[in-house]
Design a protein around this ligand. Sequence first.
Ligand SMILES: Nc1ncnc2c1ncn2[C@@H]1O[C@H](COP(=O)(O)OP(=O)(O)O)[C@@H](O)[C@H]1O
Ligand SMILES: [Mg+2]
Length: 227
Amino acid sequence: MRLQGPWQSIVKRCMSDASLVKMSAMYPPEIDLEGIDEWPNVLLKMQRAKDADPDEDYCHHLVTRKCPDISPRFLFGITIAGVRISFMEWLDNCASMYDLRKEKSPMLNNGMATAIQSCIKDMWLKAGVLHCDMHLNNVLVSRDTKKVYIIDYGMAMQIDDAMRDDLIQALENKRMRPANAFDKFCKDHALKVILRRGYNIDDMDDWNDDASFLRLLASTYCRRRTK
Ligand SMILES: Nc1ncnc2c1ncn2[C@@H]1O[C@H](COP(=O)(O)OP(=O)(O)O)[C@@H](O)[C@H]1O
Ligand SMILES: [Mg+2]
């Protein structure tokens, strides 16, 4: 839901007047509203609280703190009457990669694939977050600036410092391909977390992990010209 009109005052009221609504699980406890006056609108992502993974807001918040340019900036999440509401920056005039592919848009090119790869590396190395649901609908592209944004942290998870150090070593010192580094250091961990969350292993054939998406990008949008 896109909240238009005097949304800043509604957001501030929600935050400050907790007695108005029966709300819980406010995250993060400290909310930084700096700069939001410049946002055109705000997006309220609503889900049944029992279906929302608690890590979604946490991981999105980490990304906003550590690499704010790669995703819509996250404000806060609250649970009201069994509904999880995550407040975030509304990205104006964006298309998903899926829409762009349907339109056969020339925006889908090598440059975009490189930009997305760089966002994914920042998400891993700066925020310590694996996305684990990377597909064409979870990447938005601004039709105005051509900037790319990763959205939807619904299956995301954190990695610990040791795993992050392994990734940094592999990517920066050993110049390993990001997809291979993900498979080597993160894939088993990601699969374990996802199974622990109750996803059915038999439905995991088309699991959109970060490495598969990077390979899709490379094979589809970064083909070397033969002539
Ligand atoms: N911050 C945003 N600004 C603009 N549109 C968004 C934003 N976040 C999501 N959307 C739109 O809403 C759709 C669903 O959002 P998403 O977070 O992926 O939800 P779901 O968990 O249902 O897949 C996206 O594919 C995109 O078109
Ligand atoms: Mg999605």
